[in-house]
Ligand binder design. Structure first.
Ligand SMILES: [Zn+2]
Length: 271
C-alpha cells in the first residue's frame, strides 16, 4: 500500500479513507485487538503510523534527495529557486522554496507543490539537516518504536496483553465503555478495570500469587510494569514478566466466568 506512493499521493479524501481502513484492519489483526479498539490505541500499540503520514515522509525524503543531488539529475532540475534568490528584500521566508502557482486543486496536491508546502512548514532544524540520515531521523523524531517483547510471547498471550493495553479486553470496565455490558462492576463488587484485575480482585488470588512468586525480583509490581514493561529492564526480563502473567491473562477469555478461580475466592478484607 506504500509502493511508489510519492507518485500517487494526490488521492481524494474518500480514496485515502479506503486505504486507511485496509491498513487499520491489518494493524488490528497484527495485535489481535477487537473491532471496537480506538485508532490512536492501535497505532500506539504497534508503533505504526497512518498511511498519510508515511506518504508525506516518503515525499519529503525524495525531495531531500532531489534537492541535494542524490536523485536522478532530471528530477533535481525540477526544484524551484529559493524565495531569497528572486527578490532583493531580506524576507523572513527567504530560505523557503518558491512554491508553484496552481490553478487547480489536483495540481496543488501533486508531488512538487504539496511537498514544497510540507518542506516549508518544517522547522529550520529539520529543513537544514546536513545528511539524509539525519533528515530521516529528525522526521521520525517523537515516533514510538515498536516494542519487540510485546510480540515475543505466544500468540494468545500477546493478544490478551494487547487487548488490555488498548482497552478492548473482556474486563467489564472496558466492555462498559464500549456499551457492551450494562455495568463496569466485577462479580466481587468493585469496578473491574486493569488495576483491579491485576492487583486487587479476590477472584484471581491464586494466579496473582503465582505471578508474584515468579516475578518477585522485579517488585514492586505495578500495572504499568505488568502491561508495558520497563525501559530499565532488558527485553528478556520484560518478556519473563509477560510470560508469567500468561496464566492470569487466561482468565480474560470469553469463558472466564466459567474458569475463574472461584474455589480460591476469599474476602477482599482478607486479601
Ligand atoms: Zn473483582
Amino acid at each position: 500500500m506504500e509502493y511508489a506512493d510519492v507518485v500517487w499521493d494526490n488521492l481524494t479524501q474518500s480514496e485515502e479513507d479506503d486505504l486507511e481502513k485496509i491498513q487499520l484492519e491489518a494493524v488490528r489483526i497484527i495485535c489481535g485487538a477487537t473491532k471496537l479498539v480506538s485508532i490512536t490505541s492501535l497505532y500506539s500499540e504497534t508503533g505504526l503510523e497512518p498511511l498519510s503520514i508515511s506518504r508525506r515522509t516518503h515525499r519529503l525524503i525524495l525531495f531531500y534527495k532531489m534537492y541535494h543531488a542524490l536523485a536522478l539529475r532530471y528530477l533535481s532540475s525540477l526544484i524551484p529557486n529559493q524565495v531569497g534568490n528572486i527578490t532583493s528584500y531580506n524576507l523572513r521566508n527567504s530560505s523557503n522554496l518558491r512554491n508553484i502557482s496552481c490553478r487547480s486543486q489536483l495540481l496543488s496536491q501533486s508531488f512538487l507543490p504539496s511537498t514544497i508546502n510540507s518542506l516549508n512548514s518544517l522547522t529550520d532544524e529539520v529543513g537544514s539537516a546536513p545528511s539524509l540520515n539525519s533528515f530521516k531521523s529528525l522526521l521520525s523524531r517523537g515516533r514510538k518504536d515498536v516494542t519487540l517483547f510485546y510480540y515475543e510471547a505466544d500468540r494468545q498471550t500477546c493478544v490478551y496483553y494487547a487487548r488490555l493495553r488498548t482497552h478492548c479486553s473482556n474486563l467489564n470496565e472496558h466492555l462498559f465503555t464500549k456499551n457492551i455490558v450494562k455495568s463496569p462492576l466485577c462479580t466481587c463488587g468493585d469496578i473491574e478495570d486493569t488495576y483491579h484485575f491485576f492487583l486487587y480482585c479476590p477472584l484471581y488470588m491464586r494466579s496473582r500469587f503465582e505471578l508474584y512468586n515468579q516475578v518477585f525480583a522485579y517488585r514492586p509490581l505495578t500495572v504499568p510494569l505488568l502491561l508495558f514493561g520497563s525501559s530499565l529492564l532488558t527485553d528478556t526480563s520484560n518478556l519473563h514478566i509477560v510470560n508469567n502473567a500468561a496464566n492470569m491473562l487466561g482468565n480474560l477469555t470469553p469463558y472466564r466466568s466459567m474458569s475463574v478461580n472461584k474455589g480460591f475466592y476469599i474476602s477482599k478484607e482478607r486479601a
